[in-house]
Every structure is written in C-alpha cells, then in structure tokens.
Design a protein around this ligand. Structure first.
Ligand code: HEC
Ligand code: HEC
Length: 437
C-alpha cells in the first residue's frame, strides 16, 4: 500500500522558502504574509528561519528536492502521479518562485489583487463563501472560483475547459478586466525584470534574469507551484484505498453506496481501482443557470460570435457578462449541442469550497444533493423551463431523506488533512445557510 505524503502543501511552501532562501525584504514580506495567512505554526517557523545558517539551508534544500521527487513519483493516498509537460519539469526552485508570484498583488491594476485573493490557501484555494469572484475595484465576475487543489490532474482548465494547460490558464487572469485588469503583460515583466529578489529567483529557476525573463517563465513557475498543490489522504482514501476500518462513519459508508448506485454520481465524478479524481474531465449540461438564457439563447449566442474572436475575447466575454457565461462549453467548441455544458468538478475537499456550481448558485452540499434529487428537470417535463441542451440520462433521483443525509455525510469525508480548518469554516457557513432557508 502506498504511503501518503504527510507533509502539507502549505508547510512545504515554507520549507522551500527556507531551502531556496535569500529573498529581498519585499519578497520576504510577501512570503511571511503568505505563511501567516496559512496560519501554520510550522510554516511561520520555517519562514522565520529562512536565510539562517547555510548548513540548515542545504539540508532544507535536500528535503525540498526529495519532497518534490516523492510527490511526483508517489503522490498522496488516493491520487495518481502528477504528469508534467516535457518543457516544464517541476523543480523546487520553480515551485518556490511560483508560490511568490501566486501571492504577489502588484500584478494587478490596483496593486491589490493576486491569484491568492480568489484562490486563498486558508479557504482550500477558493474565495468562499463568495458566489462569484471579486477582482480589482470590487468588480464581480460571473463564475465561482474553482479550487486550484488537484487542478494538476485536469485535462483542461476553467469551467468550460477553454485552456488546455495550467501554463496557458495562468496568463488570463492578469488581463481580465474583472480580475487583475492589466492592459497587457508588460507591467508584470517590468517588475520581475527589475526587482532584485525576482532576479535571483528567476536565475535559480530558469537560469535567466533581466530582459531575458518572459511571461512564459512566469506562467511556467505558476504552473509548477500549482502542480504540487495536490491533496489526497482524506478519511475516504484511508477507508477505501488503505482499508482502514472506521476511518469514515457508518452513515458515510452508506452514503458511498448511494454515490455509486442509486445516486449514479460516480458515472461523472469517477473513481478508478487505484485512485479517485472524482471527475471524468468531461462537460455536461445539468441545467444550472440555463434559465438565464432560456428565453434568449439565439441572441446571446449571436452576440458572443460577433465579439469573441481571440482567446482573450472569449475570456472577457464569459467572465464579463452573466448571460454569456451560460453558453458554457459552446464558447470553446462552437457546437450548438454544447450550450450550457460545464466541466465535472472534482469533489475532493468539497466540504470546504461552498458555494457550488459554475455560478455559485447552490449554497450548501445539502442543496446540491437536493438539486440532483428533485430540482433537475427531465427533458419531457413541460412544467419546467424546457432545456433542449440538457445532457441525456439526467433525471430526478427520488432518494429518501436518509439517503440524502448519508450522501452528504459521504461528501464530507473527502476533506484532506491540510484543509480541515477550511472545511470547518465552510460547513459552519453552510449550516447557517441551510438553517435560514
Ligand atoms: C478575481 C478572482 C480571480 C483571480 C485574481 C484569479 N482567479 Fe483563477 N479563477 C477564478 C475564477 C472565477 C475561475 C473560473 C473561471 C471560468 O471557469 O471561466 C478561475 C479558474 C482558475 C483555474 C482553473 C481551475 C479548474 O478547475 O478549471 C486555475 C488553475 C486558476 N484559476 C488559477 C489562477 C492563477 C494562477 C491566478 C493568478 C495568475 C488566478 N487564478 C487568478 C478567479 C480568479
Ligand atoms: C452527468 C454527469 C454528472 C452526474 C451524474 C453528477 N454530477 Fe455532479 N457535477 C457535474 C457537473 C457537470 C458539474 C458542474 C455543473 C455546473 O456548474 O453547471 C457538477 C457539480 C457538482 C458539485 C459542485 C462542484 C463545485 O465545485 O461546485 C457537486 C458537489 C456535485 N456535482 C455532486 C454530485 C453528486 C452528489 C452526484 C450524485 C447525486 C452528482 N454530482 C452527479 C456532473 C455530474
């Protein structure tokens, strides 16, 4: 049986800080802030010792390198190995740099928004309980921020899969007017080419410095960092893959049975013999949000086709207009039958990432299960808004109250140890939201 990686992603980042060491005050401050946000004593101690005796650093470097190697070969319990592109092998130095870039708010028009604003490590790399994300100047987008945890395993990025890789994805938020709102990538390059700390970090990670640093180096470092934000080893993993009896409650065990059988959840949120990603990496139309364009589909699609010429146009259109957001996978494939299709999201750490669905319209796990159970409208049901694009095979489940409770209990067993605090906070929010219904 495979061992899970016991060290957490968050303390790992601090470990790398100690290992790669030597940032200037500015970067050190960012890093200290990141460690503080992580609220991990380990992380704080590690960061505080950054730059201390050389022997410590050499040892920390060894540990960090081993950690990266182990993570790639022998991932946490319940997860497969992470694959990486041939032109961007994961190294400790890139991860270290990527983490600092991820937390740097200077790469936004107001100097206030970083990747971590919407993908906050203390909130399981989301911005819950926001339904849709808030970027510069309080501007709201149209979609719920998915977690970055385990995005390394996805075969496409974004709810509509419009970007094929983490590298490609990472360049978009900088430019989107409702996210970080830079006019182009030049302001980023100005900072990373002139800032002394970044000079050393890019040199270590890529062997380039000054004018030789490009936005592709920035993207590669961000992606390398995201590739180690992987997290398994949940109570479910210990029970299902390591055979640990009692790791989950009897209710959750029954809930797993509902997940597989009566609930048919596993047909899209897939599980294999050796690991579970809980996503088929495919796109489906559950009918969520379709009411926003039901009466107006032709006009919305027509307008989209008029304005969306480049990849950047598409990014701006779907995040800038609530109706255009609802065309879903159509934005990529331009096939009518893909209207309203969105990517099956992973269910790992789902208890920590409320609210749910691409538009954040379902506030709690209970509401999600109830949605699948009753609200979801079969194609034939003329009493509901007809949704000609809804995926086949989707119909209300008719689960009993006990099955609903059990299934919800099962979903709560998918929390990794690193994100237990985030799950507690989110579940408290959810209890309140369910109570106030
Ligand atoms: C203003 C909030 C905001 C900021 C800032 C932001 N993101 Fe996101 N992120 C989102 C939202 C919302 C989505 C979903 C958008 C969509 O699917 O159309 C997303 C999607 C993603 C995804 C895809 C995950 C998946 O499951 O498909 C990744 C990876 C990601 N962001 C990484 C980053 C990185 C790296 C940065 C910084 C360069 C960043 N984000 C900045 C809000 C934000
Ligand atoms: C036909 C494929 C399919 C089936 C079957 C299915 N799901 Fe989903 N699931 C999806 C898709 C697609 C989304 C995203 C939909 C959207 O946002 O429009 C999703 C989203 C979710 C989310 C929210 C994820 C997030 O990060 O916001 C949860 C929770 C969830 N499903 C649980 C379940 C459960 C529990 C079942 C069984 C009762 C189930 N799903 C059955 C495809 C499916």
């Amino acid at each position: 049986m495979r061992r899970g990686v016991t060290i957490s992603v968050i303390s790992m980042a601090a470990l790398l800080a100690a290992a790669c060491g030597g940032p200037t005050d500015e970067a050190a401050k960012d890093d200290a802030a990141a460690a503080e946000t992580a609220k991990s004593d380990d992380a704080a101690t590690m960061s505080a010792t950054a730059g201390s005796a050389g022997a410590d650093r050499a040892q920390a470097t060894q540990v960090a390198i081993q950690f990266v190697a182990q993570l790639l070969d022998e991932p946490p319990l319940g997860l497969p190995p992470v694959s990486e592109p041939a032109d961007n092998p994961t190294t400790a130095e890139k991860i270290r740099l990527g983490e600092i870039l991820f937390n740097d708010a200077r790469f936004s028009s107001t100097g206030e928004v970083s990747c971590a604003t919407c993908h906050d490590a203390t909130k399981a790399f989301t911005d819950g309980p926001l339904s849709v994300s808030v970027g510069v100047n309080g501007l709201t987008g149209t979609r719920n921020a998915p977690t970055v945890i385990n995005s390394a395993y996805l075969t496409s990025q974004f709810w509509d899969g419009r970007r094929p890789t983490l590298e490609a994805q990472s360049k978009d938020p900088f430019l989107n007017p409702v996210e970080m709102a830079l006019p182009n990538h030049d302001p980023i390059l100005e900072i990373v080419r002139s800032d002394e700390a970044y000079g050393g970090l890019f040199q270590d990670a890529f062997g380039v410095t000054g004018a030789a640093v490009t936005i592709d180096h920035v993207a590669k470092a961000l992606a390398a960092f995201e590739r180690v934000v992987v997290s398994g080893n949940s109570p479910f993993d210990r029970w299902h893959f390591a055979g640990e009896e009692g790791a989950i409650s009897a209710a959750a065990e029954r809930g797993f049975d509902v997940f597989i059988n009566d609930g048919r959840c596993v047909s899209c949120h897939t599980i294999s013999q050796t690991h579970a990603l809980f996503t088929d990496n495919k796109f489906h139309n559950l009918g969520i949000g379709f009411n926003k364009i039901a009466a107006d589909t032709d006009r919305v699609v027509g307008h989209f086709l008029e304005i969306a010429h480049t990849d950047q146009d598409v990014d701006e259109a779907v995040l800038g207009d609530a109706q255009m957001s609802e065309i879903g996978r159509f934005a990529v494939s331009r096939e009518m039958q893909d209207i309203g299709q969105f990517k099956t999201m992973t269910l790992r750490n789902i208890a920590a990432t409320a609210p749910y669905m691409h538009d954040g319209s379902l506030k709690t796990l209970r509401q999600v299960v109830e949605f699948y159970n009753t609200t979801i409208s079969p194609l034939e049901d003329q009493n509901q808004t007809p949704n000609p694009f809804q995926s086949g095979g989707i119909r209300p489940l008719d689960l009993t109250e006990q099955q609903i409770v059990d299934l919800t209990a099962f979903l709560e067993t998918l929390t990794s140890p690193e994100f237990e605090d985030a799950a507690r906070a989110s579940l408290a929010y959810q209890a309140q939201a369910d109570g106030s219904e």
